[in-house]
Design a protein around this ligand. Structure first.
Ligand code: KG4
Ligand code: ZN
Length: 332
């Protein structure tokens, strides 16, 4: 089969990203403009601000991706774009840019699911081996997905309330750490002990719930403060992280066991968490599981992962028309 080169666009949250990927694995360019600095002062992503930044940046990021790959649109076989889930205004900027490129250069348009992208980030590092279990942990998602073949997804568990990254960011705010708080909590956790023994929220099946844990942290701090006690922030961080890591690892390894799967992929921004990585590595070694965690720049939102997944959409003849709309929620 001929080489297939896809230009992929991702604007579902606060990263304006464009990448050119050949045959689903070879990243020819990966251009990302992060808006974190603009959202920091609000303590989280402000959808309206995100959309405006995407509008300002998308053309430059597309140009950068083509330049970095030393290509023009003539060299591109198809344009892929994240269809959802995500912030609707943000998604629409990428979708409209992708439509304009597809229409003006007569290229097929491919709609890609954001979570499929996160999973396929790992395909860039090493070809996906099936069956596999993917744990997706980010600011917007906490999901366990079984895959038996390319693009065959079975979501077996998800969060019923807060995503794990969201819980990290909220807990960080209560101990006065800047946004995004996950990396700061992670760093502090290494300096403390699990002294506060927060609850381990375990639901039936493989679903998650983190809002109760987040409230337990806030209430504990509040009660202690009322009694005039101070709690060192590293103890809060270590105790919160211990609970999160216990819950995520227990559910993940339970699913691997129940589904008789030996390939585990962890992706999304929280996959950078040192506590989680250490625990999963130890458990994987013990249970003979092949654990794959992509490098950080492929764990967080990027367009290379969308281009990687898009190759399989392309070969399965999945196309969008020019009436493609963004979807804030979208089943995998
Ligand atoms: O995948 P991502 O870049 O964006 C979303 O799609 O949400 O994930 C960002 C999330 C934020 O909530 C951030 O605090 C969290 O990932 N995060 C971490 C760490 N690094 C990033 N959470 C815990 N520990 C980390 N080391
Ligand atoms: Zn994401």
């Amino acid at each position: 089969m001929n080489d297939i080169t896809i230009l992929a666009v991702e604007t579902s949250c606060d990263e304006t990203a464009v990448s050119i990927v050949r045959n689903g694995r070879e990243v020819l360019s990966n251009s990302v403009n992060s808006q974190i600095e603009s959202h920091k002062r609000f303590g989280g992503v402000v959808p309206e601000v995100a959309s405006r930044h995407h509008v300002e940046n998308i053309t430059t990021v597309i140009d950068d991706a083509l330049t970095e790959a030393e290509m023009t649109m003539e060299d591109i076989d198809a344009v892929a774009v994240t269809e959802g889930p995500g912030l609707i205004g943000a998604l629409l900027v990428g979708i409209n840019a992708a439509k304009a490129l597809a229409l003006s250069h007569q290229k097929p348009l491919i709609p890609v699911h954001h979570i499929a992208g996160h999973i396929y980030a790992n395909h860039i590092v090493a070809p996906l081996q099936f069956p596999l279990l993917a744990l997706i942990v980010s600011g917007g998602h906490t999901e366990l997905v079984v895959m038996k073949n390319h693009l065959e997804f079975e979501v077996i568990g998800e969060t019923r309330d807060d995503a794990v990254g969201e819980a990290y960011d909220k807990v960080a705010r209560t101990i006065n750490l800047p946004y995004p708080g996950g990396p700061h909590v992670d760093r502090l956790a290494a300096e403390g002990e699990d002294t506060l023994k927060f609850p381990r929220p375990i639901l039936e099946g493989y679903d998650f719930s983190f809002s109760g844990l987040k409230s337990a942290v806030i209430n504990t701090l509040h009660n202690k403060q009322q009694k005039g006690e101070t709690v060192p922030p590293e103890e809060v961080a270590a105790s919160f992280q211990a609970s999160v890591v216990d819950v995520l690892s227990l559910k993940t390894f339970g699913a691997l066991n129940d589904y008789h799967i030996s390939e585990l992929i962890v992706c999304g921004g929280v996959a950078a968490n040192r506590g989680l990585r250490t625990r999963l590595s130890e458990m994987a070694a013990e249970a003979d599981i092949n654990l794959h965690i992509p490098p950080l720049q492929l764990c967080t939102d990027n367009a290379a992962m969308i281009g990687a997944a898009a190759y399989y959409y392309y070969t399965k003849n999945i196309r969008a028309e020019l009436d493609l709309n963004g979807k804030s929620t979208l089943d995998l």
